[in-house]
Ligand binder design. Structure first.
Ligand SMILES: Nc1ncnc2c1ncn2[C@@H]1O[C@H](COP(=O)(O)OP(=O)(O)OC[C@H]2O[C@@H]([n+]3cccc(C(=O)O)c3)[C@H](O)[C@@H]2O)[C@@H](O)[C@H]1O
Ligand SMILES: Nc1ncnc2c1ncn2[C@@H]1O[C@H](COP(=O)(O)OP(=O)(O)OP(=O)(O)O)[C@@H](O)[C@H]1O
Ligand SMILES: [Mg+2]
Length: 251
């Protein structure tokens, strides 16, 4: 008999407590974006550590709506939070890197320049989370779900740079089901998933397929050949993100 959502949530909360205890740390910190994955994780870590959990809202030239939604999550689950605006530090670093590389190296960058700008936002968020984790002796909690892990739809050492991943066993539809159960605000449930790394970006537009398709494939269901091809290509291309860096064999 399948466990109820409430039971699965209780087990995940227990697992979070165990991992913190085993690590000798005191609590958990997560970035809260206004999206559904981090909303669910915020609810879970607040349940696990009512006094020792923290959310960080980190705008970086972001749509003000993201911050409003993130604040609605903070209010709904009651987690302690801080805000760190990364716009200036991002602009300074990106400008320094690109101007130092110079025109001749930038001219053939194509989409690489946009990805570099976008992924730097995710990596600055990671650095901010670890800065706080070091000070408070907390673990950094990731928000990747099963569909994102399978497709590699995350920034290596950005939002992928974390200590524990409490929702990697959840398909995107499970994330919605758990979030509804816990009372994540309707406005957050209704938003199209987006990395928010550039204007108008949505996960499904960028991936070229839908989370329903990825979830179906993960459940072993038949999906159209076109979608299967896209998903398997994303999976193969991102293999390196699911491994630790390696050195050569012993010669
Ligand atoms: N075979 C290989 N072995 C070892 N390392 C390899 C490699 N191929 C590339 N690399 C390294 O990996 C880098 C490329 O990976 P990475 O820097 O991650 O860059 P990349 O995968 O190109 O971009 C990240 C993707 O994740 C999306 N994203 C990011 C953040 C959040 C979310 C979200 O869901 O909200 C989505 C973002 O929109 C974008 O599509 C290369 O620059 C190279 O350094
Ligand atoms: N503006 C932000 N402030 C704080 N954390 C952020 C911000 N943007 C992204 N993050 C962090 O990066 C993670 C990855 O982003 P991702 O878009 O995959 O998840 P999400 O926004 O929570 O959910 P959704 O799939 O609905 O967009 C977020 O869950 C969050 O932890
Ligand atoms: Mg998002």
């Amino acid at each position: 008999m399948e466990r109820s959502i409430g039971n699965k949530i209780d087990l995940t909360v227990e697992w979070l407590r165990e991992r913190v205890e085993q690590s000798g740390t005191k609590g958990l910190v997560v970035g809260i974006s206004g999206g559904i994955d981090s909303a669910l994780v915020a609810f879970l870590i607040k349940k696990a550590f009512p006094e020792n959990s923290m959310g960080i809202i980190m705008p970086c030239k972001s749509n003000p709506k993201d911050r409003e939604d993130a604040l609605s999550v903070v209010e709904a689950c009651g987690i302690r939070h801080i805000e760190v605006d990364l716009t200036q530090v991002h602009d300074d670093l990106f400008e320094t890197v690109t101007s130092t590389l110079g025109e001749s190296l930038l001219k053939d960058a194509g989409n690489g320049l946009r990805l570099s700008d976008a992924n730097l936002r995710a990596r600055l968020r990671m650095s901010t989370l670890y800065s706080v984790a070091n000070v408070l002796n907390y673990l950094v909690v990731g928000t990747d779900n099963a569909a994102e892990v399978y497709t590699g739809y995350f920034t290596k050492y950005g939002d992928g740079g974390v200590d524990i991943l409490p929702i990697t066993h959840l398909k995107k539809r499970d994330v919605y089901a758990w979030s509804r159960y816990l009372g994540v605000p309707q406005g957050v449930l209704d938003r199209p998933p987006s990395a928010g790394l550039w204007e108008g970006q949505t996960d499904e537009l960028e991936m070229g397929t839908s989370y329903d398709m990825v979830d179906d494939l993960l459940e072993g269901k038949e999906i159209p050949a076109r979608d299967r091809e896209i998903i398997e290509k994303l999976h193969k291309r991102s293999e390196h993100k699911r491994r630790m860096p390696e050195g050569p064999p012993v010669f």
